[in-house]
Write a new protein. Sequence first.
Lengths: 94, 386
Amino acid sequence: MWRSLALAIALAVSAAVIPAPAQEVAIPQTPGWELIMRCVICHSVEIAVQQRFGPQGWSDTLDRMIAYGAPIPPEDKRVLMAYLLRHYRDPAGR
Amino acid sequence: MSRKTEPVLSRRGFLISTGAVLATTALRPAAEAQAPLATPAPVPGKEKLIVRSSRPVNLEARLADLTDYHTPESVFFVRNNYDTAPIDPAQWSLKLEGEVDNPVVLRLDDLRKLPMIAQDVTLECAGNGRSFHQPRASGIQWEHGAVGTQRFTGVRLADVLALAKLRPSARHVAFDGNDKAPTPQAPDFIRSVPRWKAEEGHTMLAWEMGGKPIPHLHGGPVRAIVPGFVGSASIKWLERIMALPDEFNGFYMKSNYTAPRVDNDKEIYSLESLEVKSVIVSPAEGAKLPAGRVTAWGWAWSGEGNLTGIDVSADGGKTWTAGKFTGDWHRYSWRKWEHAWDAAAGSHTIMARATDSLGRVQPTSRAFNRLGYRWNVIHAVKVDVA
């Protein structure tokens, strides 16, 4: 179900986007990195990796994205949280 | 206050920004593999801008490129909450509805029958400067360059609203553009302004920018221009206007584009006027200058206020001297300022501080707010004079 929802969203988004040549943004390939693919269904990866939060901030952000339809079931949210906090944490952040 | 540019996009920038993480993992036998993710490249004609996000498109200028009173399209920032496909002006229409006695649908030819106006307007993203907040605030990490000035041509919104005959119950006017959220559950990008601002003589619907049809990325065929208010009030790809009894009740009014009140931080309000603000374009951060006459210059602007002064310090804020405004300006445009003095050898911190007719002065600090708005802290650049 998650996969078909993701596909439907990806198709809906690609229809509205102007084609442009690709460039690359690198993210660390540690456990959980593949879950970033769920984020980039709707927005490019820079939106995610320029944020820095603490646990509460990342959890709230993911909950908002899940409410918007991001295909991230609870077990994946836990893995994605660990990944984001490993690489994109603000020690002083909420 | 000033911070080195760290391109979020490039691999090098990425490594710099995650330096702390890499340091802690340096004992591991192999460096972490990096997975490259393809993302759309900068838009043709916008290559000089820093890509903050490619989908939706968010691009900002480098201060060094903001040299002209009218910001060229090539370095005019782009802030999209959501993207949309280009719209054929011949197919474009605008619906006016809500608290009106005469709901109407207008086309571009209908707008062209109204008295035309043209004015220079400075647009600034509400989150411009967000990256300078500590800790990091949520949102696009703009530095100084989500601001620009252009000449917009169109009609007064008041004249358009008159066609729909707003009822006395209409106290707010909401704008809805053609941009679409990527999922049905995500909130539509709709924002409203109070009726007094909608009917104020400078608020307009524009279809030209710099004498040419407004480019798609800047909201053409027709966009709202709400001078003096945060950029997000000036809805792009406008296609629906709603007269409402209250402020629009949606995410982009009640949650995003809000900040705590200064006198009561338990209460949040939807952002309206821009802050009083100035930036130093020249000299640039880290510039090496010969001893003698130095001229600093930059831009200042002030939302709903009128600029009343620009003070410049060449000693890190210990002493201030009045600078002067030069060149063209308009009620809601930025003004060029400059200040010249004889600089002795050594390291100097140059600062600029604008003041306005509302009694506002650029501050030396700004309380953290979660969404990183209202950044108008005095800009400082360090230079070496030899």
